[in-house]
Ligand binder design. Structure first.
Ligand SMILES: Nc1ncnc2c1ncn2[C@@H]1O[C@H](COP(=O)(O)OP(=O)(O)OP(=O)(O)O)[C@@H](O)[C@H]1O
Ligand SMILES: [Mg+2]
Length: 441
């Protein structure tokens, strides 16, 4: 996979303040919303007596998220999901309701963690839609520090430590459960295989095939490769399974769901939004892999776009992040596993010697499982030059990058490696850590 090396400055993101309110609740923006979704936003605003302001385009799901103001003048964020056929699991109305149930569950089982979730102030359900409001927090996400100039890694890792303390010590560790048999196959691997039909419908040639050529290399397609690993590497995979599960602290901790206040309380606390939507016991590695996946593939691709070329004569598929990229992300991604060591992880993973291998495997699966999700995101995405990036490009980008990651893992296992070479592995999508004065490789 190719990545450019030029430093990048923060691209503007549409998160402006609400428009002037009036006494009558009206939906004032949302030109990018298809009609059904706009109608759902209007209906939710009327029901919750809100004046709707600018749309926030930062989310990664089909939900429409807007600044809004209540009748008493409180700034809130309104999130509305309109049901649509073919949505992947996690983008459906029942997952939307599940988020509230999960936060209630944590209030009982992990109260310190629950207190970090931005309060849900109101909710409403209509025909084919559901909506919630949360108190608006002027904030930036966990990745923001890495997007500034060359990346403020000290601030990023200080904040990441707060995230670990919150999720692991105040969250997962508050309730432990045994691991059901087949957990890894069902949860980590099965998720991609269950979503595969969505990809096959859009890209029948590519997602249905056994092999694909990427950057001139013939690789095994992920679905047959995963099925082969389940058959031939059963011992390795069972050794990779978690030693225990914990309270479902989050389950979708991409960097955009981990917020840090920018209004004077900056740097001090992590605030959480948007959990997975399930009260089932969960493996924290899943969340740690979501943060890593945000740095390596997901967040840069959604912010900067991706170019996917296909020329069978010249090496098959080729996927390239649009220049420029964020050097801070690449550097932090390559340090990420080492920087996880500490009291919070030592305590949780003491009987789980292969948790970092599981993290890299889960990371590759997050990249793959994200490909079908990209096809159901309705919000417009733009690259750094302002060009609209299509959902197909983003889906293909994730599919190709997930394929090279998974093939590298399988190759390292086939070479007999007891431990994985993390830098070799991540380099297949990052292009390697950036090389610049003062920056450790
Ligand atoms: N209360 C809030 N205060 C500040 N920013 C918020 C708030 N709620 C949401 N945001 C911003 O809006 C973005 C999208 O919101 P959210 O994460 O809830 O939606 P989503 O990722 O599209 O949905 P989901 O993953 O649940 O399907 C967040 O990443 C964050 O930047
Ligand atoms: Mg989110």
């Amino acid at each position: 996979m190719s990545t450019a090396r030029t430093p990048h400055r923060e691209a503007p993101i549409a998160t402006a303040r609400p428009q002037q309110t009036s006494d009558t609740p009206t939906a004032t923006v949302g030109t990018s919303s298809p009609a059904g979704e706009q109608a759902a936003v209007d209906a939710a605003a009327a029901r919750l007596r809100l004046t709707v302001g600018e749309e926030i385009l930062d989310g990664g799901s089909p939900a429409r998220v807007h600044h809004a103001r209540t009748e008493d003048g409180t700034d809130v964020v309104l999130k509305v999901l309109a049901a649509h056929p073919g949505a992947v699991d996690g983008h459906d109305l029942s997952s939307f309701h599940g988020k509230l149930e999960q936060i209630d569950h944590l209030r009982e089982h992990a109260p310190q963690l629950a207190a970090r979730y931005l309060p849900v102030l109101s909710s409403a359900v209509g025909e084919g839609w559901a909506a919630t409001t949360t108190a608006h927090l002027p904030s930036e996400d966990l990745g923001a520090a890495l997007r500034r100039d060359d990346g403020d890694e000290n601030l990023f890792f200080a904040r990441n430590d707060l995230v670990l303390r919150a999720l692991l010590t105040d969250g997962y560790a508050r309730a432990t459960s045994p691991v059901p048999p087949e957990h890894l196959a069902d949860v980590h691997i099965g998720r991609f295989l269950r979503r595969l039909p969505v990809l096959e419908r859009h890209f029948p040639q590519l997602a249905g095939g056994r092999q694909l050529v990427i950057d001139g290399r013939r690789l095994e397609a992920p679905a047959p490769l995963l099925r082969r690993l389940l058959e031939t590497q059963a011992d390795r995979l069972s050794a990779l399974a978690p030693a225990r599960l914990g309270a479902p602290a989050h389950g979708d901790s991409n960097v955009r769901n981990l917020l840090f206040a920018t209004d004077g309380r900056a740097d001090t606390d992590v605030h959480l939004i948007d959990p997975r939507g399930s009260t089932a016991p969960w493996d924290p590695v899943y969340d740690l892999a979501k943060i890593l996946f945000s740095l390596t593939v997901w967040d840069p691709m959604l912010r900067l776009g991706i170019r996917v070329d296909h020329d069978p004569a010249a090496g098959g598929h080729r996927a390239e992040f649009r220049a420029p990229v964020y050097p801070g992300y690449r550097s932090a991604a390559h340090q990420y596993l080492d920087r996880l060591d500490g009291v919070d992880t030592d305590a949780w993973f003491d009987k789980d010697p292969h948790w970092k291998q599981r993290l890299l495997f889960t990371h590759a699966l997050h990249v793959l499982a994200e490909a079908p999700c990209r096809l159901s995101d309705r919000k417009p995405k733009y690259d750094a030059t302002g060009r609209r990036v299509t959902i197909e490009e983003l889906a293909l980008g994730h599919y190709l990058m997930g394929t090279v990651l998974l093939n590298d893992l399988a190759a390292q296992w086939a070479e007999g490696a007891a431990e994985l070479d993390t830098h070799r592995h991540l380099s297949v999508v990052t292009g390697g850590p950036p090389v610049s004065p003062g920056r450790d490789r």
